[in-house]
Design a protein around this ligand. Structure first.
Ligand SMILES: N[C@@H](CCC(=O)N[C@@H](CS)C(=O)NCC(=O)O)C(=O)O
Length: 303
């Protein structure tokens, strides 16, 4: 640890202000600026190797959870390390506090330090997940899609071969994501609001839930009998839905209104890569009633 005190002081917006992204007029650079890729052959400059990479995650964050689920599904727990930022934030961005422990790699107290080390003066998003490379001492990526895909595809002999982004299904996974992304993964939050935009988001969300319910009545997973990146992307939204956006049941009476979708979600929850990466306390609204995720699952479908 590079400092005696490995923790940031408590989040305090009165002192540090709210977290905001500032952008100079005319600055065309993408805000999620780090898009490095890990490759099996090292051609990208970031070779897949055990012990080299670290994921800065947040238990609260669905985008981060996708990468930690992929890490676990592909058996990479001893190959790629992970740690968690605190769930509270001020103008300094995400930080390491007693809640989830210090930064075990660099001893940074703020996630911002990792970005600053990579690009002095960095003024884009300080986001989780952030993929860090111990070898070059820099941020590789803060793009959850490609972090998860690289974990699923590039670690060859170090992985368990789960193949959660199989070549023959990639086009379908990506096409489904293009639809479920706006309708469900972003739509759930939008549906919880008020006004016309929320009403439209709610209609699209519930229509899509009904469609998924019908699909999952005859299919174990979204794309047949193989668990893929498509399931991972959807599931992190489903597990948050009734305790987050729908905690007051303002969108609909609950996920259980869609029995096949609900059974599918529980079926996944009962597996370690999903249970072990889920901390309800990190994303449950105060007073929300938590559905029974341990209720027995009946999925009379091929295993
Ligand atoms: N939008 C990101 C996903 C990551 C994300 O939005 N993470 C949130 C926490 S759940 C975060 O760290 N936000 C801070 C920021 O984007 O500045 C992406 O497309 O890769």
């Amino acid at each position: 640890m590079s400092q005696n005190v490995p923790y940031a002081s408590p989040a305090d917006t009165a002192v540090h202000g709210e977290y905001r992204i500032t952008r100079a007029p005319g600055d065309e650079r993408p805000l999620y600026r780090f898009t490095g890729r890990i490759t099996a052959d090292g051609s990208s400059g970031f070779a897949a190797e055990p012990g080299r990479y670290h994921i800065y995650a947040g238990w609260f964050c669905p985008w981060a959870q996708r990468t930690t689920i992929q890490r676990a599904l592909n058996g990479l727990e001893d190959v790629v390390s992970v740690s968690y930022v605190d769930g509270r934030r001020d103008g300094r961005g995400w930080a390491f506090r007693e809640t989830y422990g210090p930064d075990p790699v660099n001893g940074f107290t703020l996630l911002r330090d990792a970005y600053e080390r990579t690009e002095p003066g960095f003024d884009g998003h300080i986001s989780v997940p952030t993929l860090w490379d111990r070898r070059t001492g820099r941020v590789v990526s803060n793009d959850f899609r490609t972090i998860g895909i690289d974990l699923a595809t590039q670690f060859g002999r170090w992985s368990n071969g789960a193949d959660t982004y199989p070549e023959d299904l990639r086009a379908e996974i990506d096409a489904l994501d293009a639809r479920l992304g706006p309708a469900v993964n972003h739509g759930a939050g939008a549906a919880a609001g008020t006004g016309d935009v929320a009403l439209a988001a709610r209609a699209l969300l519930l229509e899509t839930f009904a469609e998924l319910d019908a699909r999952l009545a005859t299919s174990r997973y979204l794309l047949g009998d193989r668990l893929t990146e498509a399931d991972v992307r959807l599931w992190v939204t489903l597990v948050r839905y009734d305790v987050g956006p729908n905690h007051a049941r303002a969108v609909n009476p609950g996920l259980a209104a869609y029995p096949h979708l609900w059974a599918y979600a529980r079926d996944l929850y009962q597996r370690k890569p999903f249970t072990g990466t889920t901390d309800f306390a990190a994303f449950t609204e105060p007073g929300a009633s938590v559905p029974d995720w341990h209720a027995p699952v009946e999925r009379p479908l091929p295993a």
